[in-house]
Ligand binder design. Sequence first.
Ligand SMILES: Cc1cc2nc3c(=O)[nH]c(=O)nc-3n(C[C@H](O)[C@H](O)[C@H](O)COP(=O)(O)OP(=O)(O)OC[C@H]3O[C@@H](n4cnc5c(N)ncnc54)[C@H](O)[C@@H]3O)c2cc1C
Length: 323
Amino acid sequence: MSNNILIIAEGRAEGLKKVAFELVNTAQQLAAALGGSVQGAVVGNNVGAWAETLAKTGVTKVFVADNAALEKFAPETYADALAQLVRVADPAIVLFGATGWGKEVSARTAAKLDWGLVTDCTSAHIQNGALVLARPIYSGKAIAHVRAKKLPVMVSIRPNIVPAVEANQAGAPIQNIPVTLKEPRARVVEQVVAAKSKVDLGEASIVVSGGRGVKGPEGFAPVQELADTLGGALGASRAAVDAGWIDYTHQVGQTGKTVAPKLYIAAGISGAIQHLAGMSSSKVIVAVNKDPDAPIFKIADYGIVGDLFTVLPALNEEIKKLG
Ligand SMILES: Cc1cc2nc3c(=O)[nH]c(=O)nc-3n(C[C@H](O)[C@H](O)[C@H](O)COP(=O)(O)OP(=O)(O)OC[C@H]3O[C@@H](n4cnc5c(N)ncnc54)[C@H](O)[C@@H]3O)c2cc1C
């Protein structure tokens, strides 16, 4: 086993996801303490362009498993390819993003290699030579500090926790790993792409969310308008999603997306623990609620007690004036 840190970069048709560049940042900090180097990996079909981008982020090498069998996402096949790639790379630590994709393939890859896996972490560092991870538990009410008993180990890290590195350096070498893949037991027969939101909620630096207080689908209009003015993404509480006022892809919380933007505005959201589980790592939280005793005010940096249908348009107007 080497001392190297291997990051598994996730991509989509439009290119690598932001979390891949964040993982390089985390890996660089770990490698500095562990004395190894940072390497990257991409898997898929025709993913040469992803590998070239990743090679410019400061990693020392990129491993690529490029295979026609990886054309459609099948967790079993991807984990198989990753396991073969990881065996060749022989790292001490493998980092995945704690995204839907990362969660699915990391567990399978770890099981195939019989490695440990620490999931959904918000920080990773080396302490007295051991890898120590922080993971929110009980819907974010407590933080567990987990020490890996031994290396190698796999870790998934939440998106939006550390800044993304730039892909602006000299390209590192790219090594192709030939992989042998079996026909998966479960095949993807069709992929239906959800209507694309203007800004990706999971990667947005500003999120404006509405809850049951918006009172209906049309009540999301002032929430969306403020999000648009700020160049942010539209979020929602589960109550609003369950009521059918907005699509599930906007749900923030324990059973929705975890976001950690620079600014999170919660309008008409009470602040249930399951909602906080998805947004409490936001840098600045602004709550708009007509109930001064709403629990959301306990974690808000700025609280506005008032009717969201008055407050949001007023905020929107003022922000527009700032240009
Ligand atoms: C297993 C499990 C998982 C869950 N997962 C999630 C999850 O992922 N995400 C999530 O959000 N919830 C989740 N929930 C549900 C959660 O417990 C709450 O029920 C939900 O978050 C409440 O949504 P809300 O704050 O929009 O609604 P409410 O709790 O009804 O709050 C509405 C708020 O709007 C305010 N309000 C009303 N009118 C106005 C107005 N005109 N202007 C300003 N304020 C107004 C009210 O004062 C109130 O505080 C989960 C629950 C369980 C049991």
